[in-house]
Every structure is written in C-alpha cells, then in structure tokens.
Design a protein around this ligand. Sequence first.
Ligand SMILES: *[C@@H]1O[C@H](CO)[C@@H](O)[C@H](O)[C@H]1NC(C)=O
Ligand SMILES: *[C@@H]1O[C@H](CO)[C@@H](O)[C@H](O)[C@H]1NC(C)=O
Ligand SMILES: *[C@@H]1O[C@H](CO)[C@@H](O)[C@H](O)[C@H]1NC(C)=O
Length: 639
Amino acid sequence: MAAGEVRPWSIFLLAFVAFCLCVVNIVVLTGIDVKGEIYKIILPKEGKKGFKYFDPPNPIDDIDLPDELDQHPIVALTRDQLKRFDRYKRAQPRSFSQVVEKYRLKYGRHPPPNFDEWYKFAKKRKCVNFDDFDQIMDDLRPFWGIKPADIRAMVKALDTKESRVTIFKVRGKKVTEVKYADAWRASVFKGIVTVGASFLPDLDIAMNHLDQPRVVATWEEVQAKLAQEKKTRIQHPETLNEFSKIDWDAPIDIKGVDLGFFDYSGKPYMDLASKACPPESYARRPELDVKHVESKYKDPVGGFIRNFNLSSDLCTVGPQLSNLHGFLFSSSSTLATHKLVPIFGECKVNVNNDILFPANKYYDLKDDRYVYNDEQDVPWHEKTPQMVWRGVTSGGTQNADVYHRLQRHRFVALTNSSKLSDTQVTIMEAVSEDNVSGEYTPAFFHPAHYAGSVMDVGFSEIVWCVPDCHFLDNVFSVKPELKFKDTFRFKYLADVDGHSFSGRWHAFLKSKSMGIKSTIFREWHDQRFFEWVHFAPMDNRFDDLYALMTYFTGLEKGVVGSDGAYVPRHDTEAKRIADRSREWATQVLRREDIEIYMLRLLLEYARVVDDNRDKIGYSGDGSEVDSADNTKQGWRSWG
Ligand SMILES: *[C@@H]1O[C@H](CO)[C@@H](O)[C@H](O)[C@H]1NC(C)=O
Ligand SMILES: *[C@@H]1O[C@H](CO)[C@@H](O)[C@H](O)[C@H]1NC(C)=O
Ligand SMILES: *[C@@H]1O[C@H](CO)[C@@H](O)[C@H](O)[C@H]1NC(C)=O
C-alpha cells in the first residue's frame, strides 16, 4: 500500500473522534442533555393539504345516523354533528410520535418539557383524546407576548388578600403552601395539582376565588400579543427537555406592577365585553341586522342551534342577551381587569382571558348535589318522559324591577302552564299525519297544556332577593325539592346557568338521561362534547324550547294539549343522545381526564413563565416512547 494512502478504518476513526469532539463541544457550550438519542424532527409543512391527521380517510359507517327521509331540521343538524364527531375521533393521534408531530404542526413549536412524561401519565390513565387541548393553547397564547419575568411579577403582585385569589406554591415537586384558601375549593385544587406535581418545576399559581371570571383584555391588545406569539414560534432542532431553575421566592420589585382591578358588580357586562370583540362584530356594531347575525349559529327554519360555540359567543350574541342573563346585566361579584393577568378560573365567557382549568366541583367526590352515582340511575324505558329542572333563585341581583330578566326566572316562567294561557310559540309540525313525506312546517302552538304535562320545572328555594323575596310571592312557588338522584328518573334534564356555570353538567352527561343545555359560559371540556350528538343545545333566550321538546316527545294529533298539531316522536333519537354522551363521558370526563388536562396545562404554564421558554421543550420525534410501549405490549393495541 502506497504511503499517504488513507485506510478506510482510519477515516472512520477520524470521523468518530470529530463526532465525539463535536458532541463534547455541544455539551460544553450549550449544556444539551445527550443521555438520550437525538432523533430527527419532522418540521411542519406549511399549507400541506390533506394531512392525514387533520383529514382522516375512511369514515366509520356504523354511526347511527337518523333517518334521512325525516326532514325535521334537528335530523339534519344531528347528521352533520355526528359526522363532525366521527372526524374528531378518527383524527386523534394513535402513538406518541403522532401526538408530537401533530403538536408541532398545529402550534408551530415543540411541546413543553416533560411532554413525554405527560404522555405516559395520560396513557396510563387510558386517555383516548391526546389531541384535545386547544383550549389550553388558546388560553395561554397571549402570554407568549409578555416577558416571562413580567408574568411572574404579576403572579407575585396577585399574592395579596385583596386580589381575591388563592395562591398555590409548588416547591420541590410538592404543593408546599396554599395562601388565602377558601375551604373546599383550595383543597380540591391542591389535590389535582399534587397528582402530577412530580413533573413540574417550582411554580406559583393564582386561582380565582370568585365565581365569576376576572380578565377582559381589549381586542386590540390581545391581537398584538397573539402577533408576538406567532413571531416566537421557533423549533430549534435540539432543546433541553427540562425546565429552568427559577427561584420564585427571591424578592422582586413589584411596585411598578398594576393589576388594574376594578369592581364591576351590578354593571352591564357587555360594555366591558364589547371592548374585547373584533371591530366588525355585532357586539361593536349593534346596527347590524339581527337576522343576519343569528343565521350564523341558528337554523333559519326551526330556530335550533346549529353552532353551540357561536351561540354563546358574546361578540355574536351579546347585544341580544345583555338584558336576559344575570351575569350580563347585574352580576353579583365581578372584580375585573383589562390587564392580561394570569389567573386560573373554572369558567369564563368567550371574551375573558382567564386560564381555564377543570372546575373543582367536577373532581370533588364529597358533594352529593353534584356527584353522579351509577347505582341511582334507571334505564331509559323506566324514566318519566318529562323534562325536569330544580334550582335556587340565583343568577344575579334580584329585585322587583329586574327579576323577570334573570335566566332561571325566565326559564321557570316559560314552563309554568298557568302563566302560559295566552302564550303562543312556534314549533315544527309534520305536514301530513301519516308522516310518509317526512316534511315539516312551522306552526303556532299553545304550549300551556303541554308544559303542564311534560315539564316539571321550578325553584326548590327562593332566596337572596333585595330587600327580601316577598315580591316573588305570587309569581313563583317553591316546588318540592328533588334529591339529585331523583333527577335521573326523568328522560330530559335541563341545565341553566346560575351565578356562573352549572356544576351538574358532568353528572348529566354521564347519566342515562338526555341533557338540554343553555349557557353563556365556557369550560375546559367544551371541545370534547358535540351538540346534538351528546346533548341538545338550547338558545339562551329559550325561544326554541318547545320546538325542541316536541321533536323528542312528539305530539299526538287530536289529543288534549296537542292544539291540532302533529309531531312524530323521536324518543329513539333522545335515547341515542343519552347513550352517546354516557359512553363518551366515561372515556373523557373522568377524574383521570381532569388530572391529564391539569398536568398538560401546568406544563404549558410552567414553560411560558420560564425565562428560557424558547430554548426548552421536548424536541424528540417520540419514537423512543413508542418503542418502549411496543416492547411492553408486544404489539400496538391501538390499531
Ligand atoms: C306558576 O305561576 C303562578 C302564577 O301565574 C304562580 O302562582 C305559581 O306559583 C307558579 N308556579 C311555580 C312552580 O313557580
Ligand atoms: C369556538 O370558536 C372559537 C373561534 O372560532 C375557537 O377558537 C374555539 O376553539 C371554539 N371552541 C370550541 C369549544 O369549539
Ligand atoms: C310514522 O307514524 C307511525 C305511526 O303512524 C310511527 O310508528 C312511525 O314511527 C312514524 N315515523 C316517524 C319517522 O316518526
């Protein structure tokens, strides 16, 4: 062999030495953790159409679509929503690699540190929807437009009794301190955080103490922050899968921090809310044609809700509801701010910037006014074919002048047959009695008798009026209280807001009865439940109540109370809704699902308040977790 000729093995050796130096260099310079292997990262392909997870092929054909020949508007709405729900399910990722790939495609950044641990945590708890956390991203996105140190300074500034928040401190992977605790709520929240605390860095969390949401930043400010968020979307090929060490207890100067709280109790909320709406929205342009605005979320023929999300969007419906909902015209305890203050809250309206977490009531097992117990439920055919509602007179300040505008009071009045003697409503009646054509047409209907026989609705307690409740003496009477378990003897369970969201909703979804929901509030679980698939949506004005109920119960021609109308019964459809919500709720509304949501939320929160937030995160491709999974199981259980 001639001198100077390089042997193949020596090239190898050289390359190897160079590689080692390189790795050492990276470690020395940037401190990258090379314990694990380095995986190839799939970067988002902008504008790539038909990406398999977003546009899944092969619809499952065993969905129980209602009869296509039946032309009742609710049938078409149900068919549409069933297809939407089917797509949602098929679009769920089936492995960790898919979860991270989809994460990067959707949000344009790496998942937060410990995302692999979150996945294992969720998988162990039998999570079925690894990609249903948009709410978390939406809630936290504006905070990417604020410096981490400034966010932390706001949390510090919140740490006073006057802020009306509870402060939780996570230190050394434990919740070590709870300040300004309000009895049960704080202990439940602490419990949920504790479950996932071993994956969290040190953190301070401020939880709203009040029933009602706090933060309403202006539309212009949120847009500016979102634009900044977009600019910060970077995906370094290698990041540190670890949070920075932040000393939350170090003294910092918070003199310059203005949280901007002001008391807004009893004032018109839409005046605040409209500032958070787009300039072209109905909330800011009340001169727009109502019918046109309504057509965005309501079916033009029957008035049924087509888009539940939009039906509670205050920018779209606010001006119509501002005098019809207690929170909007006379909220009882609003301590609001226009500043983007990081406060965790159980519910909000769409214009709020509170950070949603699963309401404590849903996790608490102790309160039998809210906890669903399977053993106390009965099969559908044993249930009374009536709608039931009981509750107290809450929902806003009640006095003789305004009580009739509160949502609960309106609802109880609208279902009281003795008040309805001169009332006419519109329902959808079948065109022909033999129902061969399947056609329906709007018709006037006197609901007094129907309400008397189908609706068991009333207050179980009349309280909290100003100056006292005597002015309600001849208006409402107290109905015998129903134990929560006795509610489930009815087929139809109506759910209406009080001061804030209704804590019964999880139980209603889990039950063998069908829920009927009207609300202006947003909660953590909204995206995983589909109107008409899992519950019947109801307009916050209740103008669709009778058309809705007669669709399910039917009206027999010639019978007293049918008022000459005929509507075929859709009892089977009601039962299907009840069954579907029950089946789905047992998969995505469990206490485990609350733990999964909370941990993911806190990982995202911990990253956005971390000074190195652009350089930390999970940058792997997920295969190491999947192969460990596959080895453990021997095969993929997900198919
Ligand atoms: C129904 O309305 C009548 C008056 O119109 C009232 O006396 C009665 O108490 C109401 N019933 C309920 C359950 O509120
Ligand atoms: C409701 O609509 C808004 C705006 O289109 C969207 O950002 C949000 O994710 C939707 N929420 C649900 C629960 O679908
Ligand atoms: C049509 O009417 C018959 C009884 O006359 C009933 O058994 C059937 O369920 C009805 N069909 C629909 C779609 O309601």
